[in-house]
Design a protein. Structure first.
Length: 330
């Protein structure tokens, strides 16, 4: 297995020598119990993983009380129990989607008012017992708040050293670009990372919002071109393996993915997987991390076998002819 080329862009020396992957901690502390979560986190770091991705709202829907915070709290206990590990990992968390009263999401959620952005950052720092957040995401857009106000609030956290970098998740690309322009005008930091849904299979464009809660939560050709044209911009992709669809017959794709392009892509994927002697999931991750722009998959795993598959995939090199076979299938 040949590792992929180290990523370019806004990365630190630590990140440049490690696999391009983020460990999604969404269900840690709720449906994934603490001992299992600790084992996965330990194995991820031992395998060279750096980024851990969570959110202040994870996972309110899995908690009978209806509130999030369990994932961040578990990460805090893990960091406290592993002296020195904070120097080996980068922490990303989010603001904007916490459910404010049980069973009220998305109608009643925290949003992105300036004081919310600041309060949630402080809360996340306390929960995880850390001094700074390496990457702070706007979990969704909030058009009820003046964009200049939340841009200023996010930027102030960077200025104060409480946050290292900013990103937008589930946000229209024009809104991200506008935020960057506002930030430049204010002389403050703006978002330089996008976290969106992406995989080798793609849904029909006009049904994306019906298949997924977040209408703008998809990597599009425009987003790929945007990142490829700007070395400061990174794309993170959640649900890269579509919840096991590539391996499990009991998890077919949703109706949004049912079209001729899916059939052709699955055929190409099977051919390439056979050619390299790896699973289809591993090939999908190799395709994602080794392309232009290189994508950082956010892997959500519930056991060590799934983690091993993911780490193998992000370290797998695909020869040019096999990558072309995947990309030309439509």
């Amino acid at each position: 297995m040949t590792p992929t080329t180290p990523p370019t862009g806004s990365t630190t020396p630590l990140e440049q020598t490690q696999p391009r992957v983020a460990l999604g901690a969404m269900l840690f502390g709720t449906t994934i119990d603490e001992p299992t979560s600790f084992d996965i986190l330990d194995a991820y770091v031992d395998a060279g993983g750096v980024w851990i991705d969570t959110a202040d709202c994870y996972a309110f829907w899995a908690d009978p009380s209806g509130y999030g915070g369990q994932s961040e709290e578990l990460l805090g206990r893990w960091l406290a129990a592993r002296p020195g590990v904070r120097d080996r990992v980068r922490i990303a968390t989010k603001v904007g989607c916490e459910c404010l009263t049980p069973n009220s999401w998305p109608e009643v959620s925290e949003g992105l008012a300036p004081q919310v952005i600041r309060d949630v950052a402080e809360q996340s720092l306390r929960r995880m017992g850390i001094e700074h957040i390496d990457l702070y995401w706007a979990h969704r857009d909030d058009r009820d708040v003046a964009q200049a106000d939340n841009v200023a609030a996010f930027g102030s956290l960077v200025t104060e050293g409480k946050v290292g970098r900013l990103g937008h998740s589930n946000t229209a690309l024009w809104r991200t670009e506008r935020a960057r322009g506002i930030a430049a005008g204010l002389g403050t930091a703006g978002p330089t990372a996008l976290q969106l849904r992406y995989s080798y299979l793609q849904p029909r464009p006009m049904v994306r919002g019906r298949d997924h809660d977040h209408r703008f939560g998809w990597v599009t050709d425009e987003a790929l071109d945007y990142a490829a044209s700007d070395p400061d911009v990174d794309i993170w992709a959640y649900r890269p393996l579509i919840a096991g669809t590539y391996e499990r017959a009991d998890r077919p794709v949703s109706e949004a993915f049912v079209h001729v392009g899916t059939t052709r892509r699955l055929e190409a994927l099977a051919e390439v997987a056979d050619a390299v002697g790896h699973s289809r999931s591993e090939v999908v991750l190799a395709w994602m991390t080794g392309g232009t722009p290189a994508i950082t998959p956010v892997i959500g795993v519930s056991n060590l076998d799934q983690l091993a598959t993911a780490m193998t995939g992000v370290g797998l090199y695909l020869p040019t002819e096999l990558r072309s076979r995947l990309e030309e299938a439509w």
